[in-house]
Design a protein around this ligand. Structure first.
Ligand code: B3K
Ligand code: ZN
Length: 875
């Protein structure tokens, strides 16, 4: 590991309470593009002896004063990251004046000017780029913010409520905001710009009238209505399910085009990436609409889980993120199809989180060691974190979980706390021992459960032998057994649900399913009076984020696919069936031949009266990334891809007549676009049908895809047809791409869909096409959304990123190098697939490693990249 990143590492166990409290902070901004002046007046109260060490980066210090008396330079020390004042009274007013340059801030952290608006992003440690401060989440202050700006920025926004406004003598104007809720600096926000404003109201259940305001780029207000409605739904839902109510008179959301992440939950003033706000049928897909509702909900839910109760230190990030993802998942599931949402969440864990757990950046959901905090906004902290909360919910039940939430809020409202505080509240409210469960917070890696069934016809007993283990991860060699809730049920060969009796190790019933909690390394789960050999559905609803090894025959899986009560279980059965076909073909180096029973099961599934959205998911095999997770090393990429393609070919061939009828019927009806869930579901299946038909018989059905594209009155269909054309390289592809890019040349978020489609294609010339698109007038390395659409999509395209000649690696490494100084956060996101170089064949290993070594020697290597590269080369 390089000494640089080692030196900067911070450890969870080193936590120390702050030496000072900041009671109030008055900020005054004079916004100018290249020289913004920030006056910061703080009331400080000493808590412990020692100097005052304020964080600050890229600031130009103008003056420091204590209680109105300016200090001379000998009274303080300035370094590139700190302002240290040795002599500070018990209680005082500290005033600091600094200058910053928002126009050159391409990292989009702190205060930046992009696309003619000033905007801030402070989480995790961006506030220190605005002024000197105790930039840590456990320092909570009451903020008052005054913004002075030229008239070309009509809207001047910050947290809380607007309390005053006026004009300056130089023709500028100003506004003052006051936020009565003490908050850490990471929740501070400021936006200044010219927008269209959508307004609505929400009456809380206690009768408070909240003004809802959505700010979007001029001319875009009609594309904001879905976000506004989503916000109202989220506010209502949080009152109904969690009894949590909003606490200010105003809730503002600003949509900006330049943003590193999805959105930010700043108190009373959320800032959103425009892609999670702007949507209409012509420019946004059904998935975009679903994501908007989820992200709007997520940021809103943070108001309680994150803002009112925040994190003591950044190692506790999952305290707010895991819990809030769980809450947004529940919100989406209560409003839409629970099964479909659950399946998407499972895919995220199996495809991406398992890969992170197996990588050199593996970390527990509560990390112990961090160099650059921005590197820990991960699928582990967020999504595995949410799975851990979900397990608590499973163990305690909805009522017990809500009791725990109540106690958590009662105890900790207004505080900065730890994951331990959350678990303790759950434990105390339910009188339930979570001692061993805590390991989910401290152990990294994906546990594996092996289950073997032994059925005795004579004794009428079924014994499940269960064994768990967790592989070593960097810094954690030996692992302890985890608490693993296993939901299960059993079916007969005829698909009848079986009642199970066990030595009271299992709770539940035949109708709702059973729950067994594995806590030891091994256990025998014995069921008695089992009259016939049962077909078990194990780990139903993915009741724990683990790998589950339990062999089942195709015949058994097709029974589950056809007959299980749970839609998630039916989907699981199909995925397991497909995975077995693929893995067997790869391991034995044979061709795939679907057996008749499987074909019949798929055909019946498509013919049955089932949610078409579920049918679409069941009829698609797992993605390459998920299949790759079945190999620790030497991932046989080409073989997996070949087998997967063969399988898809055969699924498509088996279902072609049914798909043809389905599409015929759809074309005859030409249903009008609505955003209702049944319409979304139908589009999902019809789009898949077009893809499968064209794959099966390109000459006959390629023209159908083109027609589908041409007649589309919505982006969901247009985008899906475009993807089919590109992925299958169908005749007419270039023409349609041309039309698409012309049509959307002024609508970057729509154009992104074309970039992403090209970048995700399995076609062998994808690298060359992506390279060419780097020069497209609609592309820009400065805008994170463009980079994510084109480059991040490409780096997730396993087959083409890992192209044997190394051209994919060279392409992405070059972009990373260019972003190293301009936007390290984005650069660090792109590097992820390089980190796991040890898992590929030796040729690829060498090439990937070489790129990492070259990058590691970049002058001014960003801390974000340094940490990841060092971990990867050291592991
Ligand atoms: N809390 C923000 C993420 C901030 C990321 C900083 N690098 C969005 C969210 O999770 O709601
Ligand atoms: Zn969040």
């Amino acid at each position: 590991m390089s000494s640089q990143s080692q030196a900067q590492a911070k450890f969870r166990e080193d936590y120390q309470a702050p030496r000072f409290r900041i009671e109030t902070v008055d900020l005054s901004f004079r916004l100018e593009a290249t020289a913004t002046r920030v006056t910061n007046r703080m009331q400080l109260q000493r808590l412990a002896a020692g100097p005052l060490e304020l964080d600050g980066e890229q600031l130009q210090l103008e003056s420091v004063a204590i209680d109105g008396r300016e200090l001379d330079a000998s009274q303080y020390e300035v370094s590139p990251s700190k302002l240290v004042i040795a002599d500070v009274p018990e209680h005082c007013e500290l005033t600091i004046v600094t200058q910053i340059n928002p126009s050159t801030n391409t990292a989009l952290e702190g205060l930046y000017l992009a696309a003619d608006s000033f905007c801030t992003q402070c989480e995790a440690e961006g506030f220190r780029r605005i002024t000197y401060y105790l930039d840590r989440p456990d320092v909570l202050a009451i903020f008052t913010t005054t913004i002075h700006a030229p008239q070309q920025y009509p809207y001047l926004l910050s947290n809380g409520d607007k309390v005053d406004a006026g004009s300056d003598s130089d023709g500028w104007h100003w506004v003052t905001w006051h936020d009565p809720h003490p908050k850490p600096a990471y929740l501070f926000a400021l936006v200044a710009g010219d927008f269209d404003r959508l307004e609505d109201t929400f009456i809380t259940r206690s009768g408070r009238q909240v003004s809802l305001e959505l700010y979007v780029d001029r001319g875009n207000s009609s594309r904001g209505t879905y976000a506004m409605e989503s916000l109202q739904r989220a506010m209502r839902w949080d009152e109904e399910r969690f009894e949590l109510e909003y606490d200010l008179d105003t809730y503002m959301i600003v949509a900006v085009d330049f943003f590193n992440m999805g959105a930010m939950e700043n108190k009373g003033l959320n800032v959103f990436n425009s892609r999670y706000v702007l949507a209409d049928q012509a420019t946004a897909t059904d998935t975009d609409f679903v994501n908007i509702e989820a992200v709007i909900g997520h940021e809103y839910f943070h108001n309680w889980t994150g803002n009112r109760i925040t994190c003591r230190d950044w190692f506790q990030l999952s305290l707010k993120e895991g819990l809030t993802v769980f809450r947004d998942q529940e919100f989406s599931s209560d409003l839409g199809s629970r099964a479909i949402h659950r399946i998407q969440a499972i895919r995220t864990i199996r495809g991406r989180q398992f890969a992170e757990d197996a990588s050199p950046m593996a970390h527990p959901i509560r990390p112990d060691k961090v160099v650059e905090m921005n590197n820990f906004y991960t699928v582990t902290v967020y999504d595995k974190g949410a799975e851990v909360i979900r397990m608590l919910h499973t163990l305690l039940g909805e009522a017990g979980f809500q009791q725990g939430m109540k106690l958590y809020v009662e105890r900790h409202d207004g505080q900065a706390v730890t994951c331990e505080d959350f678990i303790a509240a759950m434990e105390d409210a339910n009188d339930y021992d979570l001692q061993q469960f805590r390991r989910w917070y401290s152990q990294a890696g994906t546990p594996e459960v092996v289950a073997r069934l032994n059925y005795s016809k004579t004794n009428k007993t079924a014994t499940l032998k269960l064994t768990q283990s967790t592989p070593a991860t960097p810094g954690q060699k030996h692992k302890q057994p985890m608490v693993i809730p296993i939901r299960l049920s059993a079916y007969s060969k005829a698909g009848r649900k079986l009642a199970l009796q066990s030595n009271d190790a299992c709770t539940g019933s035949e109708s709702e399913g059973y729950l067994y909690t594995l806590t030891s390394e091994t256990a025998d789960l014995v069921f008695t009076d089992v009259l016939e050999e049962p077909i078990f559905a194990m780990l139903e609803d993915f009741s724990a984020p683990v790998r589950f090894d339990y062999p089942q025959t195709s015949a058994e899986l097709t029974v589950l696919m056809a007959a299980a009560d749970s839609e998630v279980t039916r989907w699981e059965a199909s995925q397991k069936l497909f995975t077995q076909y693929i893995l067997t073909a790869v391991r034995k180096n044979t061709d795939i031949a679907l057996d008749l029973q499987t074909v019949a099961a798929l055909q019946e599934f498509l013919a049955a009266d089932i949610d078409p959205a579920l049918q679409a998911l069941v009829l698609q095999p797992p993605e390459l990334e998920e299949l790759a997770e079945h190999f620790d090393v030497a991932i046989p990429l080409e073989a997996l891809d070949r087998a997967r393609r063969q399988l898809i070919q055969q699924i498509a061939a088996s279902l072609a007549p049914q798909f043809e009828r389905l599409v015929d019927n759809y074309r005859a009806r030409q249903p009008r676009y609505t955003i209702a869930s049944d319409a979304i579901a139908e589009r999902a299946l019809v789009n898949l049908a077009h893809y499968y038909l064209a794959l099966h018989e390109p000459r006959q059905f390629g023209p159908w895809v083109i027609e589908h594209f041409e007649r589309a009155d919505n982006m969901t269909v247009q985008n899906s047809a475009l993807n089919s054309l590109i992925q299958l390289n169908l005749e007419g592809r270039e023409d349609c791409c041309q039309k698409f890019s012309q049509q959307w040349r002024e609508t970057p978020l729509a154009l992104d869909k074309w970039f992403a489609a090209e970048a995700s294609s399995p076609q062998p010339d994808t690298v060359e096409r992506v390279t060419a698109l780097l020069a497209h007038p609609g592309f820009s390395l400065q805008n994170p959304n463009r980079v994510y659409a084109l480059i991040a999509s490409f780096s997730r395209n396993m087959l083409q990123f890992h192209r044997a000649d190394g051209a994919g690696y060279a392409l992405v490494a070059d972009v990373i190098q260019r972003l190293n100084t301009s936007n390290p956060q984005v650069a660090a996101r792109l590097i992820t697939p390089f980190l796991s170089w040890r898992r590929f064949d030796s040729d690829r290993q060498q090439q990937m490693k070489q790129h990492l070594e070259i990058l590691s020697k970049l002058p001014q290597l960003a801390r974000d990249l340094d940490e990841k590269i060092s971990n990867s080369l050291a592991a």
